[in-house]
Design a protein around this ligand. Structure first.
Ligand SMILES: NC(=O)c1ccc[n+]([C@@H]2O[C@H](COP(=O)([O-])OP(=O)(O)OC[C@H]3O[C@@H](n4cnc5c(N)ncnc54)[C@H](OP(=O)(O)O)[C@@H]3O)[C@@H](O)[C@H]2O)c1
Length: 204
């Protein structure tokens, strides 16, 4: 499946995260040209692929991130960047056709508010709706919601490989560690503030 013009490191970075982005934006998000798509965590592993896919489809893409990620996210091609550390996203976006939410806990309520009535909210993490608050908003706004649980999919992987080959999708490898430094890779991921993907090389 790996295109000859894509390195092994770039291909390794484009597995699970790219598949999750595909499921969120295309399979369940059904993003289309002209739609407004809000992508939280746009600088992250899944987020940076999601931005590129939504842009490729012709959507108007809004990405969120911290000031440290602004330049990177804008470089991915977003139409609008929102700094979640200083701006209240729900005040700025209430008409998104699609929202991708990769954040844990009550962050999902920001996404439900940002979606337009009848819109789609796709999450990557589970939310425990024990008090029915989430269901109430979803019903009131007639939202489509889905939590992605990514799984291996050869057909989609071939489509991703084709977009990698043509340069439409570009994985960003912010750090590449030798196998002996695997713990450092884990420490970096644990910060929740890495950009794009981190790759660990196999043992030599
Ligand atoms: N369900 C599934 O199938 C599936 C698949 C893949 C991943 N996941 C999960 O989805 C989550 C995201 O995965 P990932 O690989 O994209 O993670 P990641 O690469 O670690 O994402 C980190 C990014 O999140 C951003 N971020 C952190 N806090 C934020 C906030 N409050 N608002 C907006 N952006 C924020 C950071 O940007 P700043 O530095 O700018 O804050 C950073 O670039 C993880 O919890 C992962 O386990 C689930």
């Amino acid at each position: 499946v790996k295109p000859s013009n894509v390195t092994h490191e770039a291909a390794a970075a484009s597995g699970l995260a790219a598949l999750a982005a595909w499921e969120a934006i295309i399979t369940y998000g059904q993003a289309r040209a002209g739609q407004k798509v809000l992508i939280h965590g746009a600088a992250g592993g899944v987020g940076h692929f999601a931005v590129q896919l939504a842009r490729h489809l012709g959507a108007f893409v809004i990405g969120t991130g911290s000031p440290a990620s602004k330049e990177f996210v804008i470089g991915l091609g977003v139409d609008q960047f929102i700094d979640y550390t200083s701006q209240t996203i729900e005040n700025l976006v209430q008409d998104a056709d699609l929202v991708l939410d990769p954040m844990p806990g009550p962050h999902i309520f920001q996404s439900l508010t940002a979606a337009k009535p009848g819109g789609r909210v796709i999450s990557l993490l589970p939310y425990d709706d024990h008090d029915g608050r989430m269901a109430a908003v979803v019903n009131q706004k007639r939202l489509f919601t889905h939590r992605v649980v990514v799984s291996s999919n050869g057909g989609t992987m071939k489509e991703i490989a084709s977009l990698l080959q043509s340069g439409v999708l570009k994985p960003h490898l912010s750090m590449v560690f030798p196998f002996a430094e695997l713990p450092l890779a884990h420490s970096a991921i644990d910060t929740s503030h890495t950009k794009g993907k981190i790759v660990v090389l196999g043992p030599q």
